[in-house]
Design a protein around this ligand. Structure first.
Ligand code: SAM
Length: 283
């Protein structure tokens, strides 16, 4: 099936409309790498949810205007940038290319807590996230996922899956875009491990971007404040922060902030601005 799919882009596009089918392909992502179709890659990430809430949805070109806005706030000389929660990282690559085109000397670091899954194969196939939480797997020829427990049968399948011990055939799959992997290998991008809620890197960056992670739909206010505080701590004094959310119609509702005396000063709201503006005021 994988061999057939890798030669049939239309078939893969169809498969990805169904989350249940898609999970089967996730564990074979490495064998699908050769497929040169941005639409396939986009669809692949569309309904893929990680265990603390967010989806891995992203899209080539979605931040073109935000990149232009960011460039005007960035000074000359070396700029340390951190793009947080990047999913497959394609928009980070675009940011890097845009800043270089604008003559900025940017060093871009990217991170996503869930940039890799671990697959454990045995009598059943089980897939774990970075926290070693079981996300989904195959049992009795059916998929059982943590996110699909609405029906009794999926709940039951998942509990059965949890009871099976792990297989010995263990491998890691990377969820970065093939072009992003190449850029990391070529040292154009640097990847770090980073959890927005727990990682610390004090006063390190000139620009931190965090799009579509600190959303009220994913995390409660308390968690969002913790995440936001961490981002602010990681900025140098006068550093630039961009947080926001992409709406269903593709519009970016985001806000650029400047870090001033450990507080956030609004520089510009894009469209409606970030939905966590009220939290940015109190941190
Ligand atoms: C919707 S995607 C955003 C991708 C990209 N920033 C964009 O807007 O196109 C959200 C990403 O946040 C990541 N994520 C979830 N929890 C995280 C955490 N605690 N720390 C860092 N990243 C996290 C997910 O793995 C997912 O790839």
């Amino acid at each position: 099936m994988i061999q057939f799919a890798s030669k049939n882009i239309r078939f893969l596009n169809w498969v990805y409309e169904f989350p249940v089918l898609k999970y089967f392909f996730v564990v074979h992502i490495d064998r699908l790498r050769a497929i040169d179709s941005e639409k396939i890659i986009e669809n692949f990430f569309r309904f893929l949810y990680v265990t603390d809430g967010p989806s891995k949805q992203t899209k080539q070109g979605r931040f073109a205007t935000l990149n232009e806005n960011a460039a005007k706030y960035l000074h000359d000389g070396e700029i340390k940038v951190h793009d947080v929660g990047v999913s497959n990282g394609i928009t980070s690559l675009e940011l890097n290319q845009y800043l270089a085109k604008m003559g900025k000397n940017a060093k871009l670091t990217i991170s996503d807590k869930f940039s890799r899954f671990t697959v454990k194969k045995g009598r059943v196939t089980k897939v774990y996230d970075a926290d070693n939480n079981l996300m989904f797997g195959y049992i009795f020829g059916a998929v059982a996922s943590k996110n699909m427990k609405t029906f009794f049968i999926s709940k039951w399948l998942f509990s059965m899956l949890e009871r099976f011990s792990d297989g010995k055939d263990i491998y890691t799959i990377s969820l970065f875009h093939p072009m992003v992997m190449n850029a990391i290998e070529a040292n154009e991008l640097k990847e770090i491990e980073y959890d927005i809620f727990t990682s610390k890197n004090a006063c390190e960056y000139d620009f931190v971007r965090c799009m579509n992670v600190l959303n009220l739909g994913y995390f409660g206010s308390e968690m969002n404040v913790v995440g936001l505080r961490n981002l602010v701590d990681s900025l140098k004094e006068n550093g630039l922060l961009l947080v926001g959310r992409t709406s269903q119609n593709g519009e970016q509702n985001a806000t650029f902030y400047r870090k001033e005396q450990d507080r956030l000063k609004v520089l510009e709201h894009i469209n409606a601005g970030t939905e966590i503006q009220h939290l940015a005021e109190i941190i």
